[in-house]
Design a protein around this ligand. Structure first.
Ligand code: AMP
Ligand code: ZN
Length: 482
């Protein structure tokens, strides 16, 4: 199997540390709002990688984290150590506790995760469940002389890291790209602009909340005692601590979105290797971003669609999964509703083809011609080669369609599809089912329009039609279609 490794910037032969068991960690979502179909593309890449590994006979120890504390808003301006904690900010906005916010969006994420038929990891590790492990890791770094205190927290010293460990900081990204991110004045207390927080204080110097001095309404909800004072972990430390806890100090694969390649992942490497003086991860896999209508996806742009938005428009969530399969994970993928529509149509066709392969046919499989037998083996091998070639799923899909159109017996087509679906995860055996249904909301509007027309209230009926059309459906007087 071949895999592109962001660390070497090359496609490499995949050689795991242990012959048949692979350890893999994916950076999961920050659970302060709904996860978008952009985030879900990154988890699709991880899912396809896990399934491809399994297809190749490996067992995979798979871990995904849930960031429920410490991810500050400052990373939008290029300094992840400043700004408000996203969880605490959402809590204020929604009038809930930070714990309630985390619980609510974690549940919503897990629902979407299941809807897209992603393989469950052995654990969804929460940052707040692993505070002692993070404190312990910072203590190790402190013992190795790689930390220093400022008024607002404990920082990682990237220069000491280089001199003490003889390792280079930031090999995963180029240093330039790390520096480029900074659009704000550097924190004058940092020894080096690329240093980053390991532990942040709730109050300067790490003191506890003082009712005589501090405003109760501004008090942090998530904070813990530590050897350095009351506070909370920096964003990067959770991933080092939890991945090593569950997968060992050195493991095979670490995955995430391409944005994490610039700072989050280099910082994870520095923390882990600074503590253990061992290689942290062998293969780094980064998934390209999903765009929407050719633009960056963003909450402020109103295009940060979620799986629920997709379902509300009548799509089977697995149509979105099919859509993800149409591009290589290292290429940007542009989401449009028309593109999703095309994916839904293809998925419906595939499911119908699978269902029709169940029908009896005269030809007996036992008297297959040598030529047909060879074809079946070839399709199987070509599919496996495509997915094992750095997850070339667009090519794998082309092979699926080619096999379907071929003259091999239907029963063998069905067997092939069933085998391919172990990796595609499209639930092809769902039967003759459309991957796009007319949503209940549209059906309701249509019913109202019919009633109005029956009452000869054409003016209101036309308004109804406009409403339906605004939602992307066309009404004709006999029928309507999406
Ligand atoms: P966050 O919730 O911001 O911590 O992001 C969770 C994961 O989703 C990270 O691995 C990000 O790199 C990834 N991600 C964020 N936005 C996108 C996007 N538009 N397309 C693909 N992946 C994304
Ligand atoms: Zn991470």
């Amino acid at each position: 199997m071949k895999l592109y490794n962001s660390l070497s910037r090359k496609v490499e032969d995949f050689v795991p540390l242990h012959p048949k068991a692979v350890g893999m960690y994916t950076c999961g979502p920050t659970v302060y709002s709904f996860v978008t179909i952009g985030n879900m593309r990154t988890y699709a890449t991880s899912d396809l990688l896990v399934r491809t590994l399994q297809f190749n006979g490996y067992t995979v120890d798979y871990v995904i984290n849930l960031t429920d504390v410490g991810h500050l808003t400052g990373d939008n301006e290029g300094d992840a150590d400043r700004g408000e904690d996203r969880l605490e900010k959402s809590a204020k906005k929604e009038g809930k506790t930070a714990w309630e916010v985390a619980g609510f969006y974690t549940d919503a994420f897990l629902k979407d995760f299941n809807a897209l038929n992603y393989i469950k990891p052995k654990i969804f590790a929460k940052a707040t469940d692993n505070i002692p492990e993070q404190i312990e890791l910072i203590t190790r770094l402190e013992k190795n002389g790689l930390t220093y205190a400022t008024s607002d927290g404990i920082y990682f010293d990237t220069e000491k890291y280089e001199t003490n460990t003889h390792r280079k900081y930031g090999e995963l990204s180029s240093l330039d790209s790390i520096m480029e991110g900074a659009r704000v004045e550097p924190n004058p207390e940092k020894r080096n602009a690329r240093d980053f927080a390991l532990w942040k204080f709730s109050y300067a110097g790490g003191r506890a909340f003082d009712p005589a001095r501090d405003d109760e309404s501004l008090k942090r909800q998530m904070e813990w005692e530590s050897p350095w004072g009351v506070g909370f972990p920096g964003w990067h430390i959770e991933c080092s601590a939890m991945s090593m806890k569950y997968l060992g100090e050195t493991f095979d694969i670490h995955a995430g979105g391409e944005d994490l390649r610039a700072t989050h992942h280099p910082n994870e490497i520095a923390q882990s290797e600074g503590a253990t003086n061992k290689l942290f991860v062998k293969y780094w896999v980064h998934s390209a971003f999903l765009k929407v209508d050719g633009k960056r996806m963003g909450k402020s742009l109103g295009n940060a669609y979620t799986v629920s938005d997709v379902v509300a428009k009548g799509f089977d969530p697995l149509a979105l999964r099919y859509f993800y399969l149409t591009a290589h994970y290292k290429s940007p993928l542009n989401f449009t509703w028309n593109g999703l529509e095309a994916a839904a149509t293809a998925l419906t066709k595939l499911r119908n083809a699978f269902a029709s392969c169940n029908e009896e046919e005269a030809e007996d499989r036992t008297i297959l011609s040598a030529e047909k037998l060879q074809k079946i083996t070839e399709y199987r091998d070509r599919f496996k080669n495509a997915i094992s070639d750095d997850l070339n799923f667009p090519q794998a899909l082309a092979i699926v369609w080619e096999a379907l159109k071929s003259n091999i017996p239907r029963a063998d087509k069905r067997d092939l599809l069933q085998l391919f679906d172990e990796v595609l995860g499209l639930q092809l055996d769902k039967g003759e089912q459309k991957a796009k249904e007319i949503p209940a909301e549209i059906k309701e509007l249509l019913k109202k329009r019919e009633e109005l027309r029956a009452q000869k209230n054409f003016e209101e009926a036309d308004k109804m039609r406009d409403q339906i059309e605004e939602k992307g459906y066309t009404v004709s007087d006999e029928s309507f279609k999406g």
